[in-house]
Structure formats: C-alpha cells, structure tokens
Design a protein around this ligand. Structure first.
Ligand code: HSE
Length: 291
C-alpha cells in the first residue's frame, strides 16, 4: 500500500503576525510513502538536492513520530518526494515536509490521528504554528501556541487577492534569522504589533483591502532582519507606492511577499520595482505570482 500527499508552501507572519499568522500558497510538495523491506528516500527534482536520503530525512522521522503516537510499528519506509517549494527561502518548506510526512504516515495506517493531533505534534516540532497551520488546514490561519497547545482559526483568503513573491537567489536559515531578534522587546513594540496584527486579521475577515497596507507593518522582527536581506527596507517602505496592497518579509526571509488586487493594472510596475530594487543591491531574484 502506498499513499500520496500534496502539501502547500506557506508564507508566515504576513508582517505583524510574528509566529501567529500564515497563509497557504499554490506552490506544492508531493510525498509518496509506502511500507518497505529497507528504507529508501528518493528525492525527485532539483529543489531538494542535498537533503538526506536515509533515516535522518525529516519526512522519515516525522512519520516515525506518527507511528509511535498511534502505537504502530513500520520501521522501514519507501518515500519519494518532489517539490516546487524552494528550500531555506522563507516559504515554509520544512513545515510542508513535516505536515506532508505526518499526513502521509497517518493516511498509511488508516488515519487514527486527528488533524488536531497532527497540528499539535507539528507545532511542537517547529515551535511556532504559523507555517504548519496553513500547510495542514490551508487558507489563512490565525494561531497561537502557548508551549503546550496550539489553537487556530482558518479564515478564507479574499478572492480578490493575489500574492507576488520575490525569491532572492540566496539562502537564509531560519535559525540565523531568529538569532538576530532581540530576546526582550518594549511594551510600545508589543502594542504596535498587537494592534497591527489584529486590524490585519479584521481587514481580511471583513474584506477591507484598503486597510491592508497600513496594517501589514511590523516592529518586532522585520527591522532586525533587514540587514540580512539587502533591499528589504526599501521594498517594505515603497512597494505600496508601486501597486502593492501590502508587503512583508515571507516568514524568516529572504523571500518577500506583496499582496496585490487581482485585476490590478500595476503588476508590471510592481515586478519592475521589486527586481530593480534587488538588482541595485546586487541580488538576483525569481518572481512568482501565487494565489
Ligand atoms: N514565524 C517564523 C519566523 C517563521 O519568522 O521566524 C519562519 O519559520
């Protein structure tokens, strides 16, 4: 018996929602899993070259966690993975692998674990729910994790929105982009982000696209990460002058995400602004329009 799972890329934070907001994107990873005599992990395509092909592979490891939780033993697995999600770029590829691996393992043994259980296990692994949430539930996910339990609400993304991602051609490890964040923050910064994140979620829920630009601003992480992503400060400050409804660093970066109204006549202008700004900093990047 074999199962095949398709799992989306995700963009976390959406600006102010650090570790709490995330959205699924229509860019995918596929994982096929079956019980085998001897473990083998096949990595198909270029996106995953360099990843481990044995039992240290993340997908194998999370599958074993699912089996342990369900009280089932399947020590040997044949796993094939294909992905269109670039690694270490801020598009949640590790969360997609965790959710894909857990969902595939659960399906392989007849789905004894609930989605909520998978969500709790995946969040505990990542230590924040903002990528694994939308990877598992889809759409826009508003979530928190208190160290013991994660709670979430899924919101339907507005049909009128499209996302343009600018993916720089360099890697940035999440760990490194978290190390630059101060351990302590001011009350003023906390209030700033609670307000902006709350208004952003309310704007998504009520269709107030006009409020997105102002609400997507952040004081907790992007200012500290800007030195790691040349061009980010200018893009955050000016993308809305070039046709974006809002703009943010995607997850821990280096990818940047602009939200755009679907029928916008300014898409070419925004594309040129993003590529031009990055080019001035000596950074090559790939643009992708996603839903
Ligand atoms: N919320 C996380 C961060 C997402 O910004 O570090 C990246 O995994």
């Amino acid at each position: 018996k074999k199962v095949r799972i398709k799992v989306p890329a995700t963009t976390a934070n959406l600006g102010p929602g650090f570790d709490t907001l995330g959205m699924a994107l229509d860019l995918y990873m596929w994982i096929e899993m079956g019980v085998a005599d001897k473990t083998a992990v096949h990595l198909i395509g270029d996106q995953m070259s360099g990843l481990p092909t044995g039992k240290s592979n993340l997908v194998y490891q999370v599958a074993q966690q699912v089996f342990a939780k369900a009280g089932v033993e399947h020590p040997e697995l044949e796993i094939s993975m294909y992905s269109d999600i670039p690694l270490t770029r801020g598009l949640g590829s590790s969360a997609s692998a965790i959710i894909g691996g857990m969902a595939a393992a659960n399906a392989l043994i007849g789905s004894p674990l609930s989605d909520d259980t998978l969500f709790q296990m995946a969040t505990a692994l990542e230590e924040h729910p903002d990528n694994v949430g939308p990877a598992l539930f889809g759409g826009l996910v508003v979530a928190f994790w208190d160290g013991a339990r994660a709670e979430h609400i899924r919101v339907e993304p507005d049909d009128r929105l499209e996302a343009l991602v600018a993916i720089p051609h360099f890697e940035l490890l999440t760990e490194k982009a978290r190390q630059v964040l101060p351990r302590e923050q001011s009350l003023a910064n906390a209030v700033y982000n609670v307000g902006h994140s709350s208004v952003l979620v309310a704007a998504f829920c009520t269709g107030r696209l006009d409020m997105i630009a102002g609400a997507m601003k952040d004081a907790l992480h992007q200012p500290y990460r800007a030195p790691l992503v040349p061009g980010l400060s200018k893009i955050l400050a000016e993308a809305t002058d070039h046709g974006a409804l809002g703009v943010a660093l995607s997850g821990a970066g280096p990818t940047m995400l602009a939200l755009v109204e679907r029928g916008s006549s300014r898409k070419a202008e925004l594309e040129a602004f993003l590529l031009g700004t990055l080019k001035d900093e000596g950074i090559e990047a790939t643009l992708m329009w996603l839903k």
